[in-house]
Design a protein around this ligand. Structure first.
Ligand code: FE2
Ligand code: FE2
Length: 221
């Protein structure tokens, strides 16, 4: 009989092929997972009573790989970054958060309620920002679940650093400056602290994944 872990891996392999057609490459998913793991470990170290157990961390890293699963419900033509977007296009793109959260219980029921809750939070809230400038709900401050804040930060970090479809966009120093100064919507003070402490480990991970550093990836899920 197939294990839960294998079942999950098979579904992920299938989904990542589909997601690549919608602009979310394997590379982006892997890097977001790696950055999320580093940030979540730092969060757990800074807040030992926040319940960042090994199990929760592993679920958050898995959920990070699914953050944009809702893009499967968005027309492929809208993943072309150079195209001009109408109000309706923007609404459809932003709706990937809601659509993704709806897909999770159908696809991952076998993983249990706690995993599905974390994963739905990540899908639904990873574009919310601490100051309420995000979407889909415009939630503020502590109303945004920590797992969504962690994945949202990892996602922005990778997109700003690598640009759409792997093209380099900003320098590492500029990305750090932009994130710490709310240029993409404010981060919570806790996320700023995590980023500040974890930035060197994130760079080590990036260099290793880019094949420059030669170290092993920290991704365990
Ligand atoms: Fe997204
Ligand atoms: Fe993403």
């Amino acid at each position: 009989m197939i294990s839960e872990e294998e079942h999950f891996r098979h579904i992920m392999e299938f989904l990542s092929g589909l997601l690549a057609e919608h602009g979310d490459t394997d590379r982006h998913i892997r890097y977001v997972q790696g950055y999320t793991e580093i940030l979540a470990r730092e969060y757990g170290r800074l807040h030992p009573r926040a319940g960042m157990t090994g199990q929760r961390l592993s679920w958050i890293v898995k959920a990070a790989g699914l953050h944009d699963i809702g893009k499967l419900a968005v027309p492929v033509r809208l993943s072309e970054r150079d195209m001009c977007l109408s109000e309706n296009d923007l609404r459809l793109i932003r709706d990937h958060t809601v659509r993704g959260s709806e897909m999770i219980p159908q696809l991952f029921d076998f993983m249990g309620k706690d995993f599905c809750r974390i994963c739905r939070n990540v899908c639904l809230y990873h574009h919310e920002r601490y100051d309420g400038s995000g979407f889909p709900k415009g939630y503020k401050r502590e109303h945004i679940p920590v797992e969504a804040q962690l994945v949202g930060l990892a996602d922005m970090y990778d997109v700003l650093l690598h640009g759409p479809r792997g093209r380099t966009s900003y320098s590492r120093e500029m990305v750090y400056y932009m994130l710490m100064n709310g240029k993409c919507g404010n981060l919570s003070p806790v996320m700023c602290e995590c980023l500040e402490n974890a930035r060197e480990a994130m760079e080590t991970f990036r260099l290793a994944e880019d094949g420059i550093g030669g170290a092993n990836s920290p991704v365990s899920a």
